[in-house]
Design a protein around this ligand. Structure first.
Ligand SMILES: C[N+](C)(C)CCCC=O
Length: 548
């Protein structure tokens, strides 16, 4: 804090004290989403809590400037004073410093969840479902604010953030509807004896999310867990801490008892504390294979349930009998949402050689037309990469591809859409041709808008090449031959298959990977099995016939 800022506050008491300018005026200046107040009390509290954001924004954007841990139904500051810098991808500017949660913070969150588990598991499924259904409606009512906050955190375009939030509301609604039906089975045995099963919650579930779909991860993980009677402690990605806390407030408003849903902010160490906490019964994680391996190791040590949603290098196969415009649209959807930072992306686009020319012509033209710009603008289709580090990684892959013999048909460069966004990392979507299966860019998950186009001749050949990867998250096939579509879908080694579309996530459809892409499923009824354990009750109706 310097004297100039302090003076300007005295002159402009409505001004936020944080120094965010330009495209992120949505944080602190005049816009539809924020109303700002400042008072001396806050100034005093800043001296006491230097990791806090220097602004006090009231109302809908309290998520930016207020405490970001959520414990027992309240926003709280962690005990730990160690902080990390939260930057806005759109401008690269610092929004605030966020305090990391230490062992004590994690323990308090888990203890809160454990305490409330005793009561929450006694609610009927119908009662739990009602809370979730109310939460879904509140998400819908606050959808624009949530979407704008997601843009602030992720840099993704507003049109996409709106789609994400709408899907999240549907997911919470879906599990609200499913909760009343969670039940066991009855088995009639001989002589009037019988057995019944109960689906019981696991206890405290810990969740760790990634930065590309922050609200989706918070909702996809917490809503089925809560529907089943578990309580939840969530650690969002340190890049995107904001909307998970808003979800806590939404659940509270919907009637979720305090302590059922808690949020701890932090980096890898905080995640490890959560995964290793002895009172956590299950971990559900989305992120990279190396971190997923660590989460699984922690769960192995504690004999805990684990769900992993990891990386991918998925194939998108386009046969010469497909509708070419649909195939081009599908290949773009398979690669360019959220600046290409999507685990399920079909980044290996296999195109049957006989249609390679027309396919390339159309896709390059449409890709070049994608508007790169301010993610808050309505017509923007490509927003900002999450961080400089990620952008550099993606650019390095494009360089490696060129060195290994691939050709860039478009994109693969840093772009500055306007001067005020020069601190953000905007990249033009890239299409590579002359790719071969052994190339680094064709083997590694890049997590950026880099599509590798590969030619093929026969169905058997492409199936074998598509499956030649350690990953197995998703796969797509474009063809108008009904039998071929189902034959290829059944041969591909992946958890999520698309026929004549790609990267669509309707509510109720399970999602998850084969091979190193993960364990377990999110979304759909399958998730309910994975957040419950079966208790089997044998009932003897006669006398006990003991052999001794
Ligand atoms: C369901 N989505 C949209 C593919 C997001 C899952 C997380 C991986 O990137």
């Amino acid at each position: 804090m310097n004297v100039l800022v302090w003076r300007s506050l005295i002159r402009y008491p409505h001004r936020c004290m944080c120094t965010v300018t330009g495209s992120s005026s949505q944080v602190c200046h005049n816009n539809l989403y924020l109303q700002i107040t400042m008072n001396v009390l806050v100034w005093r509290s800043l001296i006491r809590s230097p990791h806090r954001c220097m602004c006090t924004v009231t109302g809908s954007s309290s998520q930016v400037c207020h405490p970001l841990n959520y414990l027992d139904g309240q926003r709280v500051d962690p005990k730990c004073t160690q902080t990390f810098d939260l930057r806005e991808p759109a401008t690269g500017k610092s929004l605030r410093f966020v305090a990391s949660s230490n062992e004590e913070d994690v323990d308090m969150a888990v203890r809160s969840a454990r305490r409330e588990f005793k009561a929450w598991k006694k609610f009927s499924g119908f009662e739990r479902g009602n809370v979730l259904k109310k939460a879904a409606n509140i998400i819908r009512m606050r959808s624009e604010e949530l979407a704008r906050t997601e843009v602030l955190d992720t840099g993704k375009p507003i049109y996409e953030a709106r789609m994400d939030i709408a899907g999240c509301a549907d997911t919470v609604d879906y599990y609200g509807g499913m909760a009343a039906g969670i039940s066991g089975e009855f088995l009639q045995l001989s002589n009037g004896n019988f057995n019944y099963t109960m689906r019981e919650p696991l206890g405290v579930v810990g969740g760790i999310g990634a930065w590309n779909y922050p609200f989706q991860m918070a909702t996809w993980k917490s809503s089925p867990a809560l529907a089943c009677g578990n309580t939840f402690v969530f650690k969002p990605s340190p890049f995107t801490p904001l909307t998970a806390v808003m979800l806590g407030e939404i659940y509270k408003e919907a009637g979720l008892p305090d302590g059922c849903y808690n949020v701890i902010q932090g980096e890898g160490e905080t995640g490890a504390l959560l995964g290793n906490h002895p009172d956590v019964n299950k971990m559900t994680f989305t992120g990279s294979v190396p971190t997923g391996t660590k989460v699984m190791e922690a769960c192995a040590k504690g004999i805990k349930h684990v769900g992993l949603e990891l990386g991918g290098k998925s194939p998108c196969i386009i046969f010469n009998d497909s509708n070419l415009d649909n195939a081009v649209s599908g290949a773009m959807m398979a690669n360019f949402f959220t600046q290409g930072q999507v685990c399920s992306n079909g980044t290996r686009v296999f195109v049957q050689n006989s249609i390679m020319g027309p396919f390339i012509a159309k896709i390059v033209e449409r890709t070049k037309n994608m508007k790169i710009g301010n993610p808050n603008h309505e017509d923007t289709k490509v927003g900002a990469t999450i961080s400089e580090e990620q952008a550099m990684k993606v650019l390095a892959y494009v360089d490696i591809a060129k060195k290994e013999g691939a050709s860039v048909l478009c994109g693969g460069e840093r772009v500055v859409p306007e001067a005020s966004l020069s601190g953000g990392y905007y990249m033009s979507p890239c299409i590579l041709v002359n790719c071969e299966d052994h190339m680094t860019v064709v083997k590694d998950e890049i997590f950026g808008s880099v599509m590798s186009v590969l030619g093929f001749d026969t169905e058997q050949e492409v199936i074998s090449r598509a499956n030649d990867t350690e990953f197995g998250l998703a796969a797509g096939v474009f063809t108008n031959d009904l039998k071929r579509a189902h034959r290829v879908a059944s041969e591909l080694e992946a958890g999520s298959l698309y026929v004549n579309n790609y990267n669509v996530y309707p509510v109720g459809v399970p999602f998850g990977g084969y091979k190193k892409s993960g364990l377990g499923r999110e979304n759909g009824p399958e998730a309910l099995d994975l957040f419950t354990q079966v208790k089997s009750v044998y009932v003897e109706m006669g006398d006990v016939e003991a052999p001794f």
